[in-house]
Design a protein around this ligand. Structure first.
Ligand SMILES: Nc1ncnc2c1ncn2[C@@H]1O[C@H](COP(=O)(O)OP(=O)(O)OP(=O)(O)O)[C@@H](O)[C@H]1O
Length: 279
């Protein structure tokens, strides 16, 4: 495969759930070494598109080529071979709770390679080091923090040195500092391993930090596909609405929100009115 062959190429993809048309003529191409972010509001079709790229759904019409192969024409064996060149870091981490971190990460090597246990141990420890979890192989997933679980999921996703890495909502459920460190990890993985990385997210801060290009989905359509700068400066009203939604959310005062949820009244003791009223 040449450097000019897209790692992922989607042409005129259409999907229906029953009568519902959920992906409408979606076309895109992800180039080698590119971090490509699929973003959009809830229900815009991000997960459906990701599931297509992973070969988990069949489209109503359209073509999907992964690493140069049309995934809907592959035999079961060819499909399995292709899967070994794709890594997936799921939203929840999806580690097996009954296995140690090291065994979770070694699993793809044990299932898909003939490597001996010594080599598997070395590769596992190397990948843990890449995600800054060196020395954690004997812990159980329940002993890890949310951010560490995501890191371990990344270690497992890259253990076979994939050409293509998929990340589903990598920053979901993390506080901003930990989320930002996961963004740094994604950038570092791309720079160190040169793979294409496809990230599905609705986190705008993360998108703007890591993306080479952004595909904005809206109601199943590609609303825009461009660089960070171009998306930020787009004068399309629907894109601006998506970007502004973040601004509105960021303006919510978390303490006031919590007080409202608890049914507490606003505290007026320091207001000018209270002082005037002698309170
Ligand atoms: N299995 C299903 N059967 C029927 N409709 C579905 C199914 N899965 C998703 N949908 C619908 O398809 C549309 C796209 O859903 P999808 O989950 O791909 O969106 P999304 O962008 O990933 O949303 P979110 O960010 O909330 O996860 C939505 O209207 C959703 O209700």
């Amino acid at each position: 495969m040449s450097r000019d062959t897209p790692s992922v190429e989607v042409v005129n993809l259409n999907t229906h759930y029953g009568d519902r048309h959920v992906l409408k003529n979606v076309s895109l191409a992800v180039m080698p070494g590119e971090i490509f972010v699929i973003m959009g509001g809830s229900g815009s079709g991000k997960t459906t598109l990701l599931n297509h790229l992973l070969g988990l759904l069949r489209p109503t019409s359209g073509t999907i080529r992964i690493l140069g192969r049309d995934i809907n024409t592959l035999s079961a064996l060819e499909r399995q071979d292709l899967r070994t060149r794709m890594g997936v870091a799921f939203q929840s981490g999806a580690l097996f709770s009954s296995m140690s971190v090291g065994d979770n990460i070694a699993l793809p090597l044990r299932e898909h390679t003939a490597l001996d246990e010594t080599t598997i141990g070395i590769v596992t420890r190397l990948k843990l080091e890449v995600v800054s979890l060196a020395g954690f192989e004997d812990l159980m997933p329940s002993e890890l923090s949310g951010g560490m679980i995501k890191r371990a999921a990344f270690a497992r996703a890259i253990v076979m040195d994939p050409r293509l890495l998929f990340c589903d909502e990598p920053s979901a459920g993390l506080d901003p500092v930990v989320a930002s460190s996961i963004d740094d990890l994604i950038l570092r993985l791309r720079d160190a391993m040169g793979m294409s990385i496809i990230v599905v997210t609705h986190d705008l801060d993360s998108t703007f930090k890591i993306a080479d290009r952004i595909c904005v989905l809206d109601k199943g359509e590609v609303l825009a596909l461009d660089t960070v700068e171009a998306i930020k400066n787009a004068d399309n009203e629907r894109i601006q609405n998506l970007l502004n939604r973040r601004t509105e959310e960021a303006e919510i005062d978390p303490d006031a929100y919590l007080r409202r949820l608890l049914g507490e009244k606003e505290n007026h003791h320091d207001t000018a009115d209270d002082k005037r009223n002698g309170l």
